[in-house]
Every structure is written in C-alpha cells, then in structure tokens.
Ligand binder design. Sequence first.
Ligand SMILES: Cc1cc2nc3c(=O)[nH]c(=O)nc-3n(C[C@H](O)[C@H](O)[C@H](O)COP(=O)(O)O)c2cc1C
Length: 222
Amino acid sequence: MDAIETIKKRKCIRGFLKKPVPKEEIVKLLNIARWAPSSHNMQPWEIAVVTGKTLEKLKNALLNALKNREHRHFDYDYAAKDLPKRLKTNCDTCNQIVFDYRKIDPKNWSELAPHLEENLRFFDAPAELVVMIEKGIGEGALIDIGAFTQSLYLAALDLGLGTCPQVSVSQYANITHSVLNIPENKLILFGIALGYPDESAFLNKMPRMPRIDVNQFTTFLE
Ligand SMILES: Cc1cc2nc3c(=O)[nH]c(=O)nc-3n(C[C@H](O)[C@H](O)[C@H](O)COP(=O)(O)O)c2cc1C
C-alpha cells in the first residue's frame, strides 16, 4: 500500500473479529514500528503485549474500577483542565460526533456507562499493547513515542490489522501497574487495542473524525 493512501485510510478501529492475532504477527508489527525516528536514536518505547488470561484479568480490574466509580489516576499530567479554546472545541466536536452517533446523552450515567465499559474492555480486541517509557527521561521522549506509535498504526493497517489508541490502561494506571506487575519507574502512557477489524461492527461505521484546515495550524514565515 502506498504511504499517502495508508495515512489517509487509517482510522481507529473499535470492533474486532473474534480471532487472535498470532504472536509472530505482533512481533512482525513491532519489528516494523521500531524503525521510527527518535532523538539520538534513544528508542525510549517500551511495550507490554497483553493477551489471553492476563488480558481478561486487566479488563475485569478496570471494569471494577469504573463500577466503583474510582477516580481516574494517570501516571502523568494527561491533559490540562483549561485547554485553549480552539483545542477544547476540537475535543468537544469529537465527543459530540461519538455521542450523536451512539445516541448517548453523556449526562445520563446509565447511557454513558456502557460506552465507558466498551473502552475498558478494549472494544473486545484480542490484544492490548501498553505503551510505556521510563519515568523522568524528559518530555522530549513523547515525540519519539508519537513517531513509533503512528508507524505501528500504519504498519498494522498494511498487515490487515486494526488499532485504537486508548487511555483505558493509563486512566487507572495504578491498577494497570498492579495487575501487570509494571514497576513504578515505568510511566504508562496509553494503550493500543489491536486485532483484525470487524468491518460490519457498528462502531467501525462511525463518520470519520474531521480535521482542521492546514491554514488553522500552519504559519508560513518567509
Ligand atoms: C493518546 C490517544 C488516546 C486516545 N484515547 C481514546 C480512547 O480512550 N477511546 C477511544 O475510543 N479513542 C481514543 N483515541 C482515538 C481518538 O479519539 C482518535 O484518534 C481521533 O478521534 C481521530 O480519529 P481517527 O483516529 O479515527 O482518525 C485516542 C487517541 C490517542 C492518540
């Protein structure tokens, strides 16, 4: 597949076939993604591939946290409460598209809860990749993580796999650390649901998320 076509075609997949992804295929995917650029070739990415019984254990622990209405607990400052207006607008638009499509009133807990549960079940993906870095190595490493994970999403598409980056594992980082025995010196950034896309799944037919125009985020200084 041509790179431009792949970049434009990639979108989040939120419905997966009940078909495991062979370990060799996941290794193949990581083998491609590792060619991403990183500052001084530091390659700060660390990935935990969670499948099988461990995946079930993790999902149950996260779902339990939601059931008990536990406070979200990130390992890092995930997003400012007071985002600049234009960025908040982008986020609000995204949420609105999702809630409209799903016919959910986010203020109604009984409607919102199943949506949150789906996230915490990783949309029933057969694998969840937990993306981490070593604590205290500097925010610059996040640039490298972005390059690595975008490479992974694109390579996955080429291999017939679907991906969805998610905060499920990082929003209850304390639980993820505990269930997966991830040491405290690792910072849990986010997770990636991975599996073979179910093209017929309702959530995979959601309208594509819009993008702002180039002139809204670019300045030409000549
Ligand atoms: C760091 C990160 C966290 C995300 N968290 C979630 C999430 O928790 N649940 C979800 O459904 N999508 C999540 N997304 C997906 C975004 O909503 C999605 O990328 C965005 O709306 C653009 O849509 P597209 O990727 O389908 O083009 C996340 C994406 C990123 C990069």
